[in-house]
Design a protein around this ligand. Structure first.
Ligand code: CAA
Length: 410
């Protein structure tokens, strides 16, 4: 079937550069399944997951965010002096008051004339940052400057719980600008909000609490709601052609099977249930590779999917994609973007496959030791490159760069 041509966007604002970071270490979920006495196919087939990123104690949300965000600066894709807004979307902040964004501001050498803050809404925080930054770029207050949005998280559940298999970590950094070189974002996204207790993390807990089955229902209901609002925003009385419009459909992916369930729901909600399996193979499955091997990265998960697509998807110029963001609690957004001319050049610099290939595998014992370690402890070899958490002093976090000397942030 031929795909209708994507319409021109009223405002060419979107993602100018995209970079990603995942921790250097990972755990095979077959190994974890064996240790927990769970059939391995429950994880590989039932959840669709093979590995999960494990954050060593010298990495935290600040370092994974900074290690992602410094890449577009290092590659010269953006001049730090052009950044007038820095937003970090995260639900695993390092302090109740001091935002991750202030650490990043110093580590990245951004100008003092920069609005800097953190956004929390579970896994939706990154998308909240992206849409807010795009609106800021369109507004007079940006004065032609660019925004840097970083989505970064470390997903932790109790050891031995059923949710343990859906942990992970990662960060995605996006430069948002006019005339973006990667992806133009259509400002007419569809949104949905409802107050639910599906996943939460009380202030005194490091590990999240979750009502697993209910969270899946909440996610799917939010997808239906956001899709209906998207149809209203685009004056679409009939949504059945949407499945033919997109080159790829990216869904927030706490575990890969969730994206497949989401696509099934989307196909049903748009009157195309019979085409769900066929279109999922083409539009959804190929872009789940990061999720299968990194696990859940909360706010970053959707954008690691985009990183994989942009990095490995070939020439995508002019192609339109959909993105669905879900944050427990809950808020969701279904929105679309169109790849810019020459986007492959930026996509190539992401090197998503290289990020996965460079990691080293932990044993279950090492993973458990890392999980129980205090932030800043070094019960292993230590970092080989990039920013790392050197130590805590009087409850203040001190960061350094591997190979350099002296704390660079306090
Ligand atoms: N072989 C193959 N498949 C098997 C199997 C076997 N031996 N045994 C079970 N399965 C299948 C099950 O049939 C099931 O598949 P379906 O859902 O398609 O029926 C799948 O494996 C999982 O089995 P269970 O439902 O029994 O798994 P569980 O009780 O261990 O819980 C979970 C799974 C709810 C995802 C749990 O890991 C969890 O709570 N994770 C955290 C919450 C989460 O990720 N929620 C997602 C929506 S909320 C969100 O998206 C925000 C966020 O990021 C947290």
């Amino acid at each position: 079937m031929s795909r209708p041509e994507a319409k021109a966007f009223p405002f060419p604002v979107g993602i100018d550069a995209l970079s990603a970071h995942v921790p250097d270490t990972f755990l095979s979920l077959d190994d974890l399944a064996e240790a927990r006495g769970v059939p391995p196919e429950k994880i590989s087939v039932g959840l669709g997951s093979f590995e999960m990123a494990v954050t060593p104690p010298w990495e935290d949300t600040v370092t994974i965010a900074a290690n992602a965000a410094e890449k577009p600066l290092r590659l010269g894709q953006v001049d730090p002096g052009e950044i007038g807004l820095l937003v970090v979307g995260t639900e695993t902040a390092v302090d109740h008051a001091k935002p991750v964004a202030t650490f990043l501001h110093e580590l990245l050498g951004l100008p003092s004339a920069c609005r800097t803050f953190e956004v929390k809404h579970a896994c939706y925080g990154g998308t909240a940052g992206v849409t807010l930054a795009a609106d800021w770029v369109r507004s007079p207050s940006s004065r032609g400057r660019k925004a840097l949005v970083v989505a970064a998280d470390i997903a932790r559940y109790d050891l031995g719980s059923s949710a343990e298999f859906t942990q992970g970590a990662g960060a995605a950094a996006m430069v948002i600008s006019r005339d973006p070189r990667l992806l133009e974002i259509d400002p007419r996204g569809g949104t949905f909000t409802r107050n639910v207790y599906d996943f939460w993390r009380p202030l005194d807990r490091r590990e999240a609490l979750v009502d697993g089955k209910f969270s899946i229902d909440c996610y799917l209901d939010a997808l239906s709601g956001a899709t209906a609002d998207f149809a209203a925003a685009h004056d679409l009385a009939d949504t059945s052609s949407l499945l033919d419009r997109f080159e790829a459909m990216l869904y927030h992916t706490p575990f890969p099977k969730m994206a497949m369930k989401a696509h099934q729901r989307f196909a049903e909600a748009t009157g195309r249930a019979a085409d769900a399996a066929d279109t999922a193979r083409r539009l959804v499955e190929p872009w789940l590779a990061m999720s299968r091997r990194v696990g859940n990265s909360y706010t970053a998960s959707l954008y690691l999917g985009l990183a994989w697509l942009a990095s490995t998807g070939g020439r995508l110029d002019g192609r339109e994609i959909s993105l669905f963001s879900y944050g427990s609690g809950c808020c969701a957004e279904f929105f679309t973007g169109r790849f810019a001319p020459g986007s492959q050049e930026i996509g190539r610099t992401i090197d998503a496959a290289g990020l996965l290939a460079r990691r080293s595998r932990l044993s279950v014992e090492e993973y458990e030791r890392f999980s129980r370690a205090k932030p800043g402890e070094s019960p292993g070899a230590g970092p080989s490159s990039g920013f790392f958490l050197a130590r805590l002093k009087d409850d203040r976090r001190l960061y350094e760069r591997a190979g350099a000397t002296g704390a660079v942030a306090a």
